[in-house]
Ligand binder design. Structure first.
Ligand code: PGA
Length: 251
């Protein structure tokens, strides 16, 4: 049985005091009996204080990016080992904002995945089609292509540690979420791709979460779909009440 994951991607928001305030408010609500796994993904500058504030709560910590290189003369980058040492379990890889704003391609994303896994991090691999691609009937092929290039040469163990986040680019930050049936259709497609590459047993274990304008209002109808195993939440994770309402939508 897959445990749902609700992850809050804070993007380039929150100073250190703001991060601590948000964590303080969430800690009061999220109990150890929560049926979902909860992860917070603040900006790098808040990771250290967030790790300390989350100790003993069961809430996991993640980072928004990592370098594909191990370390050394790489000005401005953050290594997987650094993320592990600060207390991260998860790391986002291939978010559409990084693909678009920083020209991250599937080859680089593959290297980042391998680096994250070799350091012991659990990657959350983001894939998704643009509106034009969906309109042209290419959504399934785009996702297949992104996934196959990303998990090239993955061992079954590496696949098992990877969460896939389906985030249609047209739904991110736009207030236009995918309809639950549209999202379910792609999640089922992704699980079938995992099945054909890694086998049925692993396909049943891998978590596939949905992201793109998830709100307290639409979360129940998305999370109830059989192949949706949680949510990657941007805007609605910046406010404790709305993020907690999404966590509560997990049954
Ligand atoms: P959003 O962002 O919830 O604000 O659409 C989701 C994401 O980018 O992960």
């Amino acid at each position: 049985m897959r445990k749902q994951l609700i992850a809050g991607n804070w993007k380039m928001n929150t100073t250190i005091p703001e991060s601590l305030e948000l964590i303080h408010q969430l800690k009061e609500r999220v109990s150890s009996s929560c049926p979902a796994e909860v992860a917070l993904i603040p900006p790098f500058t808040s990771l250290s204080v967030a790790a300390a504030a989350l100790r003993g709560t069961g809430i996991q910590l993640g980072a928004q990016n990592l370098s594909h290189l191990a370390g050394g003369a790489v000005t401005g980058e953050i290594s997987g080992a650094m993320l592990v040492s600060v207390g991260c379990r998860y790391v986002l890889i291939g978010h559409s904002e990084r693909r678009k704003l920083f020209q991250e391609n599937d080859a680089l994303i593959h290297l980042k995945l391998k680096m994250a896994l070799s350091e012991g991090l659990w990657p959350i691999l983001c894939v998704g089609e643009s509106w034009e691609e969906r309109e042209a009937g290419q959504a399934r092929d785009v996702i297949k292509n992104q996934l196959e290039k990303s998990w090239n040469h993955f061992t079954p163990m590496e696949m098992r540690k990877t969460t896939i986040a389906y985030e249609p680019v047209w739904a991110i930050g736009t207030g236009k979420n995918a309809q639950p049936e549209q999202a379910q259709d792609i999640h089922e497609h992704i699980r079938a791709l995992v099945d054909s590459q890694f086998g049925a047993e692993l396909a049943q274990e891998v978590r596939i979460i949905y992201g793109g304008s998830v709100t307290p209002e639409n979360s129940s109808s998305l999370l109830i779909q059989p192949d949706i195993d949680g949510a990657l939440v941007g805007g609605a994770s910046l406010e404790a009440n709305s993020f907690y309402a999404i966590i509560e939508a997990v049954h």
